[in-house]
Design a protein around this ligand. Sequence first.
Ligand code: AMP
Ligand code: ZN
Ligand code: FE
Ligand code: FE
Length: 272
Amino acid sequence: MIDLHTHTHKSDGTDSPTGLMEKARQHGLSVVAVTDHDTTAGWDEAAQSASGIQLVRGIEMSTTFYGKSTHLLGYLLDPGAPRLLDHIAAMSTSRQDRIYAMVDAMAADSLIDRQALHDVTPPGATPGRPHIADALIARGIVTTRQEAFDSYLGPESPYYRPYYSPQLADAISIIHDAGGVAILAHPQGRYNRDRDMLEEAISYGLDGMEVFHRDNSDIPLLVDICEHHQMLQTGGSDYHGTGKINRLGENTTKPAVLDQIIERGTLEVVCP
Ligand code: AMP
Ligand code: ZN
Ligand code: FE
Ligand code: FE
């Protein structure tokens, strides 16, 4: 079983990279990609604890497409590529400023403050709204991340703030410059993108789309588009530990598709 989309506590998952690899073994997975938001910080620890599991080193980049936050998966890319490093640094700043802006607005209403955020954010983690959710849970204001998103963290909330991220087309070229493979993550997600929008994204040079993901609403449409454009069709769980209901291995990628990713990518799969 090949799961090409998971998160660790280096972004907003709740498992350490070591813990993730252990759970992957327990679930009988053979291949796992670690794809933290805008960071490669989990790769080394995951590689050291991957015994019995093949590790695909990946990233989930934050991008902008038609003004909406859009996620892009990059696989087997050089972590030292200059434009990738620039992206990671820019996103660290942009995410941090945005999270503080949201927390400061909440502090003005006596909900949570920066200290409460620090208390729940693992050192070096990519800051995201899930950490604000965890701070709200720690203060007893909500009981789950889902409830926090529904009540305080969605785009319609008065506490919501947007954040800078590069255009999708630029992010695809950052991954390709780093020798990686670019896959549009959960292409429909909350936005129900139609064929025209997806074909425009394909025209920027995507290698494929994450067809098999619980947030996609019309999988036959995605399969059809991919077949028409001879694109790779991947699947992944988007596992976040206890932070989301997604279970490891709930969506998977076919071995022949992984072979294509390996052929196109720069890095090796880690096979300890
Ligand atoms: P941000 O990175 O701050 O834009 O937050 C978005 C991230 O929050 C997504 O990538 C998910 O990992 C997570 N997320 C979004 N919606 C939910 C939800 N309803 N419950 C739990 N986590 C969520
Ligand atoms: Zn996440
Ligand atoms: Fe995502
Ligand atoms: Fe994800």
